[in-house]
Design a protein. Structure first.
Length: 294
């Protein structure tokens, strides 16, 4: 039932209700009353939520990396300075934009063309997945019913570092051990920051490669579309020429039918005239014979 529910939430919204009824009926017929109740309780997802579910199920490895990236960002976001946050924001937008394009492509392959508004809702959902651990859990379950809204700032996860503990105020310089610990923590934060930046750069580079590939595929598709339009125009021209030829042939046929009918009528009239002439000739010949006999 779990796998059936997972598949249900990747069913296009236009077919969701019919598929839900099929699953509920099958469960009820098999005596699985609780499963039937769970299926009937499933709500049809919005178009954006369905596309996000479809992305998760269709691209499991990339979705897993995206979830891992979100965990890493939430854990280390508080350790970054303004420049680091700005750079990560740019990289994050690139990754989200690329995944949104993938979701739109998957939806189109499933028969649904996503509007700009729906794609923006997908972007919002993916931004929420990166920033909010609860949103990440919802998406990872693969059964979103509506688009998610990202929080105003990153929300630390349950495993996030709480940062360095506050140090008590001292009038004297801290002990050497405390200074060493603070130095180590600072170095660790810097290493974590560098790791995150490196990870984000790699993700952005991968997104840019996918973007170039998608653009190439789009160019190929556009070229094929142009060729298809040319073939369509030529076929239409040929069809128009054939229709004109057929119209002329039909007109010629109608004209020939009229001429045939007229010829038949003339032949019939000529035959009647011949019969009359023959009768008249016989009558005249008989009259001549009678006169001669006298």
């Amino acid at each position: 039932m779990e796998s059936e529910l997972d598949a249900l939430y990747t069913t296009p919204p236009s077919r969701f209700v019919a598929r839900r009824e099929e699953l509920a009926l099958a469960a009820r017929s098999a005596g699985r009353t609780e499963d039937a109740r769970r299926v009937r309780a499933a709500r049809r997802p919005s178009l954006a939520a369905w596309a996000a579910n479809l992305l998760l199920r269709s691209e499991p490895e990339e979705s897993g990396r995206f979830l891992e990236l979100g965990r890493a960002l939430r854990e280390a976001y508080g350790t970054l300075d303004g420049a680091g946050i700005k750079e990560l924001s740019v990289q994050r937008r690139l990754v989200v934009a690329e995944l949104t394009r993938q979701a739109a492509r998957l939806a189109l392959e499933a028969g649904e063309r996503l509007s700009g508004t729906v794609q923006r809702e997908i972007e919002s959902t993916l931004q929420a997945v990166l920033a909010d651990p609860q949103a990440a859990e919802q998406w990872a379950a693969g059964r979103l019913e509506s688009a998610l809204t990202p929080p105003s700032e990153f929300t630390p996860g349950p495993t996030a570092s709480a940062g360095a503990p506050p140090r008590p105020a001292r009038s004297t310089s801290p002990p050497a051990a405390e200074r060493a610990r603070a130095k180590d923590e600072l170095a660790e934060r810097r290493r974590e920051k560098q790791r995150l930046l490196t990870q984000a750069r790699k993700a952005a580079q991968a997104a840019e490669r996918r973007l170039r590939e998608e653009r190439r595929r789009r160019a190929d598709a556009d070229a094929e579309l142009d060729r298809a339009h040319d073939r369509h125009d030529e076929a239409r021209r040929q069809a128009s020429a054939a229709e004109e030829h057929l119209r002329q042939a039909r007109e010629e046929l109608r004209r020939a039918d009229r001429e045939c009918q007229e010829a038949e009528q003339r032949s019939h009239e000529a035959e009647e005239a011949l019969d009359r002439a023959e009768r008249e000739a016989r009558q005249k010949a008989e009259e001549v014979d009678r006169l001669s006999a006298r």
